[in-house]
Design a protein around this ligand. Sequence first.
Ligand SMILES: [Fe+2]
Length: 244
Amino acid sequence: MKIGIIADIHGNAEALLAVLRELENIEPIFCLGDIVGYGADPVFCIDKMREMDCWCLKGNHEGGLTGELELHDFNDYARQALLWTREQLNEQDYNFLQKLPKRVDIAPDILGVHGSPRHPLWEYILDDDTAEEIFHRFDFKIYFIGHSHVPGYFTYHRDDKVVHYYDATEGAELILDDDHSYIINAGSVGQPRDGNPQACFIIFDTEKGAISIRRISYPVNQAQEKIIKANLPQFLAERLALGI
Ligand SMILES: [Fe+2]
């Protein structure tokens, strides 16, 4: 079976459509949170996730909208965009976001969360030390995460207890083995921050144990124009072209 894994769409319809075209005929698709926030098409992205019956998780931006997290804990750009996004959603959209779970069992021994298993909405796993703590404290074979908008993966040798990190700025192909556990970051569909503006997504072939982190171009300028037209902060448009 092939599984699609995406994260951090952030209201970017153009990037989402480009990624979904690549995931055509792949089912199920898991979305690891932050469907909305920053981008100009939050309702379109929520509708698309519902229509496609994707398994969606709550991210910190959904937490900000539903009142679970305080808006003053977000940076200025995120907060301004959340205040704007709040005006776009109807009650049904809120109910959908409110009910999103914070973790999902993608398969036996494979966990999906937005940030980390111990703090699903907020914690970033960015360095070897944090990854090592997660590997020590929990016992899953694979953790799929999002949140940082930076694709890549940590490997952990179960006997040697050694952690390594591999980036996926140009994409990456990974074959799972029995000796390791993995934390795999799906990057971001709609606002990559690793210097590569291309949208990111994962295809996981469960039979082959093969994980493919892929990048794809999309019409960035269209997403930028919508952000400007919506009077969202100009930086949110600029950053899309830079991948920051
Ligand atoms: Fe995000």
